[in-house]
Design a protein around this ligand. Sequence first.
Ligand code: PMV
Length: 305
Amino acid sequence: MKIQTSAPGKLMLLGEHAVVYGYPCLVTAVDNRLYVSAELHKKNEDEIIAPQVKESNFVKETLKVFKSKYHILDNLKIETQSEFSHTVGFGSSSAVTVATLKALSILLDIPLSAKEIFDLSYEVVLAIQSVGSGFDVAIADYGHTLYFVGGGKEIRPLKNDEMHLVVGYSGTKADTPTLVKKVSALRKEKKEEIDRIFDSIGKLVEQATECIQIKKWEELGKLMTQNHTFLQSLDVSTDRLDSMVHTAVEAGAYGAKLSGAGGGDCMIALVNEDKREAVEKGIESAGGEVIRVKTNAEGVRVESS
Ligand code: PMV
């Protein structure tokens, strides 16, 4: 028997960095997916076939965590395949972790709830990266759009099927753990100032949650741009990201911001469809590469069994 599962990539809408300190964030799943197939084979050792070393490390750790809970033999063959590059920051590590756990649970007939998959996945992430809020495994698991509080203290799905984003890739890969550690060092140096910024970001997330629910896109855009300014104060943006954000707003986006840890990866712009083309052109003129995605995608699922 061979099981194939898939989990979506993600984009942080608001609240990055602050979420590591227990604040809320908003995150949406994108329709670019990562696929995992799992089967039992005759060899006495596990075999992992993953195009990216990073994905292979996450699969290895997932197997370790899974085996520490459930007694299973070393006779698994796991293969991964992704619709998105690990360089864009869509969360291939979290998607591969969640999709692997789902595949194991079906293959070995060990039922796992979404919360159990989250808890195990978060254990894997912390074992490898030692830092992180867990938002990325939560969205790969639950999908759609989530209000998420650091560590998974609250995971609340939001209805959000009409939001239009333009995504621009900055051309450089960000190293999330390094940026999280950089912000932590900054906070040690200027605790009051940084905590004030986190508080303000937390408030933006609460307002943005309300905006999504009542479809107040113009206001949501403004909150996103304000969030970007706070991220600049945390010194995690780059000139390229700043200029992509600036040109997107100039071209008529409701608002824009970097998405994720910063230092590279992607920015997002909230648009009305009639402004999409102009905003895409603006982002390209600032050196960005537009990636077309649909948001609010389904969480982890079984593709075939
Ligand atoms: O770089 P990304 O897309 O994995 O986002 C990181 C978001 C942080 O808040 C900086 C870290 C975290 O784990 O929440």
